[in-house]
Design a protein around this ligand. Sequence first.
Ligand code: GTR
Length: 342
Amino acid sequence: MNKRTWGSVLAVSMLAIILAGCSSNTKETIDSTNAGASASEGPKYTFRLADTHPEGYPTVVGDRKFAELVNEKSGGRIKVEVFPASQLGEEKAVIEQVQLGAIELTRVSTGAMGGFNKEYEVFSLPYIFNSDEHLWKFLESDKGSALLDSLESSRMKGLAYYSSGARNFYSTKPLAGIADMKGLKVRVIQNKVNIDLMEALGANATPMAYGEVFGALQTGVIDAAENNYPSYDTSNHYQQAKNLILDQHQRVPEVLLISKITWDKLSDADKKIISEAAQESVATQRAEWDRFEKQSEEKIKAAGVTITEVTDFTPWREAVKPVIEKYRADYSDILDAIKKAE
Ligand code: GTR
């Protein structure tokens, strides 16, 4: 190459660099000023979403729908990788990681959130919701949305609630009525309300991680635990604790969370993408919940579990009244909103 050719190569290259610079500046301007700009323009992210449940469980179906919608709405720019089956750790440890921003997203039980945000303990109060319909009317109310936002003080942001049905006790020992609860060692999700609840029923609360419950039932470290039909099924607890009583003591919804550290980094347009995708994934999760819950119920019945239906909830409601009374003053405004949603 002679000097002249070198000169033109240099000039063309410089022009290319200048143009590239201009176009990237233009992009940034569009991203930060115009939320309606093409969704595929802007920073690229890959977020991890942790869930304790196995693939195919209704919450994981919801997580995957959320990930698909985020991908679609961002033109492939924001990816959410779902890690089911506690691959990233048990709920309490995952929530701590989410607070630090080390894991960006998680789906957990609001029961597990009780230890991190006092307001969330309200969901563990017994018999405050009469049905799933009542629960959802509350979750979709202004107070329900305010509770999602209130997590910001705990370094997280709630994006959406998911269905989780009613929780029932199950034991390795006979469990045909409230009197059989006396003296049972019952595993609970760790929070203060659950400990008081077990005391009111004459049982002993043993808080432990979900993943340890099967082994603890097997070795007799605990006698009993409690959960909804799908968890009782997929955790295989029904193979160890074969006495189930349908007392429906709690309806503890699930919640999809994002780390506040992650949230604060996002542009308004990306916040909108994440929020809308979360809200839109709820319909899929709820439909899958209804289907899966019936399927689990049939499986449990066919597995030869002894199931006791509760026809009169009065003795249960009476026994746990002191728990509600103890917390009523702390949660009076939330409890009023729950009552209003009846
Ligand atoms: C399930 C819930 C899980 C976990 C589990 C538990 O119903 O979906 O997220 O909290 O209960 O009892 O630990």
